[in-house]
Design a protein around this ligand. Structure first.
Ligand SMILES: C[S@@+](CC[C@H](N)C(=O)[O-])C[C@H]1O[C@@H](n2cnc3c(N)ncnc32)[C@H](O)[C@@H]1O
Length: 428
């Protein structure tokens, strides 16, 4: 437990300092310590993040604001262990290896039997819920406006870690992947909608350490992300524009569905991410001769001919991905109205430009659960006289609101057991 405690503390500290994803932070933390207790550490850091704002609130009201970051992160992990896992504070003192001095342990001794409500501040509902469920307050406010009665279910659903694994059909089949998962004693459920897709029920696995993942036989990809490609419906010989393609998870699945026919033009503005994309495609697919990867701005690129279909998997807040990446609880804390405005502008510009070069339709998607970057964008596009078609998927729910845009779009929410995604279909 001593090592798990250190890795968990370091992981959260790295997220605070570098604002990177949970898995990246965990892998960096692991490099700095002995490689034992990994799955315990992964789960501990993950779970501690789901309660970190409550922990910070306790420490701030008792010790004030000026706590060194490492101690604050250690307290987050310690708070989780004592308050939710009922570890005795004296045991925590021993395993914390000096990271938690006596006054921190004393706080935990005092509060460990208290009711959760007595640890929460008094104040407006969105503030109290933000702290109770460790979500940025601005997000709780927006979710309350959009989902009303479902708000608490969404916040609670984000506490459940969701891992989806799909068979990489270029390298393996379902039988082989299932046998290897069984060999590692990983509990999984076969998805009823998508063949070759599994939901992992084992809460302690470190996804990147699974043998099927290390050998590239299966890919960690959320069901909602897969459904975006299903909505695109790639067909043999299609010429497809993937306007925001990196790191290439959806491009890879489009390639699979095209079955070595057709062509994809995959664009992304980030050079670093297009480089990772080339690496990812090579790793899972081998030599892909029917995909052209370009580093460019999709909001103003022009083409000489039109594509059959386009996918705009737009840059967004990632507010729908909290249940797969709890680092977002910290990363999104400082998001402002200005950031959302900037994202809305780029989302609209990429979508309108892609519509210019698409013959049949454009699928617009984001892993966001707020209407600003989803329904609102499509409503604006509709006002520009583009047609909205119904998404033909038998999953999820309709969009936020009661209009045509809401009825024809699909929303996957954490309460559906997937990441939060929005999918809409626009005709030029
Ligand atoms: C949600 S991610 C795409 C994920 C990708 N479709 C996948 O499934 O792996 C959004 C991407 O849009 C890219 N992006 C942001 N602004 C862009 C622009 N103006 N033109 C092209 N790509 C852009 C970002 O670099 C980021 O890689």
């Amino acid at each position: 437990m001593r090592t798990a405690f250190r890795i968990a503390t370091l992981t959260i500290e790295i997220i605070e300092r570098r604002k990177i994803s949970f898995d990246k932070a965990f892998n960096l933390a692991v490099k700095k310590v002995e490689k034992i207790e990994l799955s315990q550490a992964y789960r501990l850091a993950w779970r501690a993040l789901t309660k970190y704002m409550l922990s910070d609130n306790i420490i701030m009201t008792t010790l004030g604001k000026d706590i060194p970051l490492r101690r604050k992160c250690a307290f987050r992990v310690g708070f989780f262990l004592v308050y939710y896992e009922h570890l005795h504070p004296e045991v925590l003192k021993r395993i914390s290896g000096g990271l938690l001095p006596g006054r921190f342990i004393d706080i935990l001794k005092r509060i460990r039997k208290e009711d959760e409500y007595s640890l929460l501040p008094e104040g407006p509902e969105d503030l109290v819920l933000a702290i109770k469920y460790s979500h940025p307050r601005w997000l709780v406010h927006k979710l309350k406006l959009a989902y009303g009665g479902d708000l608490i279910n969404i916040l609670k659903a984000n506490e459940k870690r969701v891992i989806w694994l799909r068979v990489n059909k270029f390298k393996a089949d379902e039988d082989r992947v299932e046998k290897l998962l069984d060999k590692e004693n990983v509990k999984f459920t076969k998805d009823k909608d998508i063949p070759g897709l599994y939901r992992l029920d084992e809460s302690e696995v470190v996804p990147s350490n699974l043998e099927v993942v290390r050998r590239n036989l299966a890919i960690i990809q959320d069901k909602a992300s897969i459904l975006v490609v299903y909505a695109l419906r790639p067909e043999k010989h299609d010429l497809i524009l993937d306007a925001c393609a990196a790191p290439g998870m959806k491009t890879l699945l489009i390639l699979e569905m095209l079955n070595r026919s057709g062509r994809i033009v995959a664009l992304d503005i980030s050079r670093k991410r297009t480089i990772s994309m080339k690496y990812l495609l090579k790793k899972y697919y081998g030599d892909a001769t029917n995909v052209d990867i370009l580093t460019t701005d999709s909001s103003n690129i022009s083409f000489l001919k039109k594509f059959d279909k386009a996918l705009v998997d737009a840059p967004c807040t990632n507010s729908g991905a909290i249940n797969s990446d709890p680092a977002l609880r910290i990363i999104l804390r400082d998001t402002t109205d200005v950031d959302i405005k900037r994202l809305k502008s780029i989302q609209t510009r990429i979508l309108t430009n892609s519509l210019k070069y698409s013959d049949k339709y454009v699928i617009y998607s984001t892993c966001s659960i707020i209407p600003d970057e989803c329904e609102d964008i499509i409503r604006h596009i509709k006002n520009l006289r583009y047609k909205i078609d119904k998404i033909e998927l038998e999953v999820g729910s309709t969009g936020y609101g009661f209009d045509d845009v809401a009825k024809k779009s699909v929303r996957l929410l954490p309460i559906h057991g997937t990441a939060g995604f929005f999918i809409s279909k626009v005709r030029p």
